[in-house]
Design a binder for this molecule. Sequence first.
Ligand code: 13P
Ligand code: SF4
Length: 372
Amino acid sequence: MNGMAGHMTANGGGDSAPLAFTPEIEAETAPVWERLRARMPAVEWPIHAPLIAAINRLKRAKHAVILGHNYMTPEIFHGVADFVGDSLSLAREAARTDARIIVQAGVLFMAETSKVLSPDKTVLIPDLQAGCSLATSITAADVRLIRSRYPDLPVVTYVNTTADVKAETDICCTSGNAVQVVEHIAREWGVNRVVLLPDEFLARNVARQTSVQIVAWAGRCEVHERFTGREIDELRVMYPHAQVLAHPECPPDVLAASDFAGSTAAMTDYVTRLKPRQVVLVTECAMADNVAAESPETEFLRPCNLCPHMKRITLANIYDALRHDRYCVEVASSVASRARLAVQRMIDLPPPPAPARYDLVKARYHVNVELI
Ligand code: 13P
Ligand code: SF4
């Protein structure tokens, strides 16, 4: 990087005056560059480094915290996020932080969850368009109709839903604890059938791991539904020694063809603990980039898919969010109080003894779930 400092300016697409890549900024951000240099072209660093330094200063000045999902780009994940993880760990962190401001480096449903759990804090999302195909697949009115059709069954909602939807349901789950939550609520209600909304594939994958019957909704993650079992079979031919790890939002034939399936946190844990020589992370592309910084001995193979919603979050709009306190996420108090019950019930459960592993007993239980 020597010789670049002082000659480059950057605003990274934000509305701010260009920020200079000075020798001071270069020195201040050197530890982050050390983590990223193997994964990022050097020419990009003079653009990222001034924004990273400016964001970290603003965070301290405003007593703000940045919660970064595992799908954030490496410069966000390693450069400015105070906490990184899957949806479950970010929700737990949102409930316990004492910061004045939470900046959600993730999508809108995650920011709403933070606001629901911390109603007195300012919760900012850098781009209001950062949505989720699962969250838009179902409305509160749909859930009310489902309740009238299945009045004796508890309704579990995946956190990838709006606060309005969570407010209509009994308990939330994430991909990291869905089996545990389904079994817990079935025990509590004394039933052997549970409605699990809105991700059809998560529901089908959970059904294979529990004796509880599942009623599902036909929502899909637009990123994970594109993977196919055939793609995994072809990969196995090309890379016979590679470990294949898939997210449970993928279709069941993808999980059946994989070595392991779990939440984004469970995948990270798998790679950092077991250090496979070659791995394929069947999920969003940023996962491989972020885990690679901790796992130099592992080769990360493609394919992966990009989530267009997660990719709306950039260093430039995080910087603008902090400078202008925008965009404030609000949830009506009547909705928030009911949604909080559903999220808090999930958080109050003990952390799963081990991350949910959807591959443990392939198709041991129900293959046929009831689709509403
Ligand atoms: P995790 O809960 O595994 O982090 O997944 C969230 C998500 O949006 C996956 O697509
Ligand atoms: Fe939603 Fe899928 Fe993107 Fe996750 S990856 S935010 S589930 S669209």
